[in-house]
Ligand binder design. Structure first.
Ligand code: PXP
Length: 243
């Protein structure tokens, strides 16, 4: 059964909406670390956070506190920038997921184009792996990207489920996900998936072969606003368990 990694970026998005100008305020809330600890107690087996270059949601201090306090595992999402790589190499998350980063996007859009960036990514993947960090590459369900991820020596691919989610769970997009997962396993890669997954579209995705981890953020944080973090995580875990 795949594990649930809860992405807590949008807890920080809510905090930043009020406290960006006064980060040291004792009232700054909600705290993404508190949300992460509740998510773990409710069944999450990993916590994911994206330290963006523009620091629009998660801040450096959040990552340090997550590293210190969570008891499952920390998956740091990051763009391939030297500044963030140095932070990763200092705090040593359990996993790093390399994602494309574009300052104008609201959230991560397409997958990382590894096939066109082999020379740029190779040294970064090697440096991270050299410090014992497992490396995942967030890619579209595309054969050329899977081959490139294998060539780069990534441990995992995280297959981008956004097109499937945006196409309202279309059969053709689901088929792409399932085919890509099979190709990744055959190439010796471990398989995660995420982006745009929610309480309604998750079940069919669980047919992806070798699926080890689902990274889900927005739908859980949105549901948490209504029913609380613990219940939102429990509901997602039970969908995974039923399947
Ligand atoms: N996986 C990756 C690599 C992402 O960039 C994101 C979005 O930050 C997610 C998973 C979670 O996406 P969502 O918030 O839509 O669940």
């Amino acid at each position: 059964m795949p594990i649930l990694g809860v992405n807590i970026d949008h807890v920080a998005t809510i905090r930043q909406a009020r406290y960006r100008e006064v980060p040291d305020s004792p009232n700054a809330s909600p705290d993404p670390v508190e949300a992460a600890l509740i998510a773990e107690q409710a069944g999450a087996k990993g916590i994911t956070a994206h330290l963006r270059e523009d620091r629009r949601h998660i801040q450096d201090r959040d990552i340090l506190r997550l590293r210190e306090k969570i008891t499952t595992k920390l998956n740091l999402e990051m763009g391939a920038s030297e500044e963030i790589a140095r932070i990763a190499l200092e705090i040593i998350p359990d996993d790093v997921c390399l994602v494309p980063e574009n300052r104008r996007e609201v959230t991560t859009e397409g997958g990382l184009n590894c096939a066109d960036q082999l020379d740029e990514l190779r040294p970064l993947v090697a440096r991270l792996k050299g410090r014992g960090i497992r490396v995942s590459l967030f890619i579209d369900p595309d054969e050329a990207q899977i081959e490139a991820a294998a060539e780069l020596g990534a441990d995992f691919v995280e297959i981008h489920t956004g097109a499937y989610a945006n196409a309202a769970g279309s059969g053709a997009e689901l088929k792409r996900l399932i085919t890509a997962a099979g190709l990744a396993v055959a190439a010796g890669l471990r398989v995660n998936a995420g982006h745009g997954l929610n309480y309604h579209n998750l079940r069919p995705v669980l047919a992806m072969s070798g699926l080890e981890e689902l990274n889900i953020g927005h739908s859980i944080v949105s549901r948490a606003v209504i029913v609380g973090m613990a219940e939102a995580v429990r509901e997602m875990c039970s969908i995974i368990a039923e399947a």
